[in-house]
Unconditional design. Structure first.
Length: 210
């Protein structure tokens, strides 16, 4: 079974083909983690790179992610049986007062494409929700998104809330969104800022493995 075929079909957004090929690989006895890494994640990595270089755009990423999710749903029980742990656990959300979710959803898909487990808190997320989730679910990383200059201040509240809760040394905080900058990230004491979803996923993997 050529797992590269799975990667190619995923890049083309052919969800049904991806699902069929993943099933075929399973039937042929290919280990689930190998199908995940060499097929699904490999394909999503290519899409991530192309997205970063403006060779593909949001719609292509969304259909590729849907194809990935269809393939991954077949693998999840097998990965659990193989004892494969996610490479990290992340909670993500758009900060309080902000209802934008396209960017957040893209980052979530890219994170899952890298094999991270993601808890999506949605939009308009209060600082204490980020903190409680990170603590209760043992997340290594909190990802905050904001699309408005008026709401990005809420990211500072998340950093402060993590300090107040005494978990600031246990969890990394990553920020992103159109108005957010590297300077702002440093100013509020967050750990990382990335300009796009693909880079976000790469940095998230590094932060989770530390």
């Amino acid at each position: 079974m050529d797992l590269h075929q799975i990667s190619l079909k995923l890049q083309a957004g052919k969800a049904k083909d991806v699902k069929a090929l993943v099933q075929q690989a399973i039937d042929e006895g290919v280990p689930a983690h190998e199908i995940l890494e060499k097929g699904l994640v490999a394909g999503m990595n290519v899409i991530g790179e192309k997205f970063k270089n403006n060779e593909v755009f949001v719609p292509e990423v969304l259909v590729a992610a849907r194809a990935m999710n269809m393939g991954a749903s077949l693998l999840k029980p097998l990965l659990a049986a193989e004892g494969v742990k996610a490479t990290g656990k992340v909670c993500i959300g758009t900060v309080k007062g902000d209802l934008h979710d396209i960017g957040k959803n893209l980052v979530k898909m890219m994170l899952e494409g890298k094999g991270l487990e993601v808890i999506d808190l949605g939009t308009d997320v209060a600082p204490e929700t980020f903190i409680n989730t990170a603590r209760d679910e043992h997340c290594q990383l909190i990802c905050c998104s904001a699309l408005l200059t008026t709401t990005m201040g809420a990211m500072a509240d998340v950093v402060e809330a993590a300090k107040d809760a005494g978990i600031r040394d246990q969890v990394k905080i990553m920020v992103g969104g159109a108005p957010v900058t590297e300077a702002f990230c440093k100013q509020i004491g967050a750990d990382a800022y990335t300009p796009d979803a693909a880079t976000a996923a790469e940095v998230a993997v590094q932060l989770c493995s530390k």
